[in-house]
Design a protein around this ligand. Structure first.
Ligand code: OVM
Length: 399
């Protein structure tokens, strides 16, 4: 029997919530499978089962009205034109997704791996020899910008726009709050730069970006569509991995037993990164919009309703995970929704995993002890969870 959802006054885009969302995640999960957040007049779910159900049912839980708070079929979107991937349903999505899936395919990744490893080893050697470094500003922000922007075929000049662009974009999925306003100016300038990079002539031939334009030659998408698909790579491919790497280093620096395990067995790097994604999910939330009246959990949602899906809370739902608040690099992490689930699950997840694995392995091979040198500084964002600064001190491996 469908019930009315419990009403909560939590604001998931407030400073207090974002600084430490975990107690509120527990309140949200405990209140019910689906709740009503009166601050914004939206439904929300923080439980793994319902988040997964909604992500799976793309017909009912549509992305075409935008995956942020704004309904882009009714209100202006900050991203013109809308994403052909993130903000698209089938059949459009069925035509566009394979273009990026091919550019980011296993064989494309095999070609990239040697360069990604070389860069990670050089960076790790340099940082470890210093004894102290910032895990975010010297590593997590440096590595993806170098390897992924190079792989895309982006010019060097202007790359400083990439992070302000992404900060703005991910804030724009939330409400027009002061945090959004604070990134608006730099974000708009960055958006113009990003737009100029999304054309055939701006991209190095043979790079991932230029491969997207090969789909135009094959008749799969138009020249204009290819440009918007390249924009997706720039939008989704940088800040997400910056925050993912920073969160992984933070978790490892604050769990000495996990670091000892990783140092002893650097081949655990891939699973350690995966557990870090579950434990502190870089992308915390996305919305869907109902296309018809539907039941989810014990609640009947009307058509045209926005529902906020708490990926980060689903990844710590005790109904799904044993001791979810424990960071355990040996745990079975499959089933986490940090990359989403279903037809929209992250198309670049193999690149992200490769970056995480390579960086953590390079560090684990060189560092015996990894510790905080000073308290980290959090960077609050309406969608992303991560750090602005992570001062680390390292004891190199003894020979
Ligand atoms: C896109 C896009 C933008 C931001 C995030 C994202 C996490 C995708 O333009 O397709 O996925």
């Amino acid at each position: 029997m469908a019930a009315l959802p419990p009403v909560l006054d939590v604001d998931p885009f407030s400073d207090e919530f974002l600084a430490d969302p975990y107690p509120d995640h527990e309140r949200l999960r405990a209140a019910g499978p689906v709740v009503w957040l009166e601050t914004y007049g939206i439904y929300a779910s923080a439980r793994h089962a319902e988040v997964q159900l909604a992500l799976q049912d793309w017909r009912t839980f549509s992305s075409a009205a935008g995956v942020g708070l704004a309904n882009i079929e009714k209100e202006a979107s900050f991203f013109q034109p809308p994403s052909l991937l993130l903000e698209a349903d089938p059949p459009l999505h069925q035509r566009t997704r394979p273009v990026l899936a091919l550019a980011l395919s296993p064989s494309a990744l095999r070609d990239l791996r040697p360069k990604f490893e070389l860069e990670a080893h050089a960076l790790a050697d340099r940082l470890v020899s210093r004894g102290t470094f910032d895990g975010v500003t010297d590593l997590a922000e440096v590595y993806p910008i170098r390897v992924f922007a190079d792989a895309l075929g982006l010019r060097e000049e202007g790359r400083e726009h990439l992070l302000p662009y992404a900060a703005f974009l991910f804030n724009a999925f939330g409400p027009r709050n002061p945090r959004f306003e604070a990134t608006l100016r730099a974000g708009e300038a960055a958006r113009e730069w990003v737009k100029r990079q999304c054309n055939r002539r701006a991209l190095r031939p043979g790079g991932l970006g230029s491969r997207v334009f090969d789909a135009v030659n094959r008749g799969e998408v138009s020249e204009e569509e290819a440009a918007v698909l390249v924009r997706s790579l720039l939008s989704a491919g940088l800040d997400t991995t910056v925050y993912g790497l920073g969160n992984a280093l933070f978790a490892l620096a604050t769990h000495p037993e996990a670091w000892a395990q990783l140092h002893a067995q650097p081949e655990l790097a891939r699973t350690a990164f995966e557990e870090a994604l579950r434990f502190e999910s870089a992308v915390q939330t996305f919305f869907r919009t109902t296309t018809a009246e539907t039941d989810l959990g014990d609640v009947t949602l009307p058509a045209g309703a926005k529902i906020l899906l708490f990926l980060g809370a689903a990844n710590r739902d005790p109904r799904r995970w044993d001791e979810p608040d424990q960071f355990d690099i040996a745990r079975k992490t499959s089933g986490h929704v940090a990359f989403g689930y279903g037809i929209h699950s992250c198309v670049g997840q193999a690149v992200a995993r490769m970056e995480g694995e390579i960086v953590l392995k390079a560090l684990a091979e060189r560092i015996e002890r990894l510790e905080l040198a000073a308290p980290p500084v959090r960077c609050l964002n309406n969608t992303l969870r991560g750090l602005a600064s992570l001062p680390l001190s390292v004891a190199p491996r003894r020979h």
